[in-house]
Design a protein around this ligand. Structure first.
Ligand code: ATP
Ligand code: MG
Length: 164
């Protein structure tokens, strides 16, 4: 599967992109968010939460590992951060299956490389964020998601980059 490359010029743009991304996610989606510390994974997640109708503050689950939010439609939004989880064994001990394989939730995973073996290779939507500058981030996402975003129009502050 090919990828689409976007450039975000500021954190607000990444937030808005997340909000639009929410509309592109089928029920029970699992989204793996790759990227270094400060790349913008939590900012994007906050936007997705807004797009899913969650009004309460969305904070980083680094220490709690998982934050659960109820959506207005009764389904769930699970926000996972595997940074402090050493490997798949530790994640299973924590009870990750409940969140990763939920049928009534959209699940976003920060630091998914920690649990690579638990992620369904074809079903997982992989998004990678990379520092470009102080307030710029490259965001690479699956082409089929990118095309849906283009169809509704990219938000201000987000532009499409040429293929690598
Ligand atoms: N274009 C941008 N998109 C997203 N965040 C940006 C952008 N420009 C600057 N930032 C800043 O970068 C930081 C991103 O922080 P965030 O917590 O989202 O990173 P993270 O990838 O979740 O890191 P961690 O691995 O520590 O969880 C924020 O302080 C945000 O304001
Ligand atoms: Mg984070």
């Amino acid at each position: 599967m090919t990828d689409m490359r976007l450039l975000s010029k500021q954190d607000d743009a990444t937030l808005t992109l997340g909000r639009m991304l929410a509309a592109c996610l089928p029920p029970a989606s699992v989204v793996a968010l790759y990227g270094d510390l400060g790349a913008g994974k939590t900012v994007l997640s906050r936007g997705v939460a807004r797009g899913l109708g969650i009004a309460e503050p969305v904070t980083s689950p680094t220490f709690t590992v998982v934050q659960e939010y109820r959506r207005p439609n009764g389904q769930w939004f699970y926000h996972l951060d595997m940074y402090r989880i050493s490997d798949e064994q530790a994640a299973l001990a924590f009870g990750i299956e409940e969140f990763l394989y939920a049928t009534n939730a959209i699940t976003l995973v920060e630091w998914p490389e920690r649990i690579a073996a638990l992620l369904a290779p074809t079903a997982t939507i992989a998004i990678t964020l990379t520092h470009v500058g102080e307030s710029q981030r490259e965001i690479v996402l699956p082409d089929h998601i990118g095309r849906q975003l283009l169809a509704t129009g990219l938000p201000a502050g987000i532009s499409q980059l040429a293929d690598a």
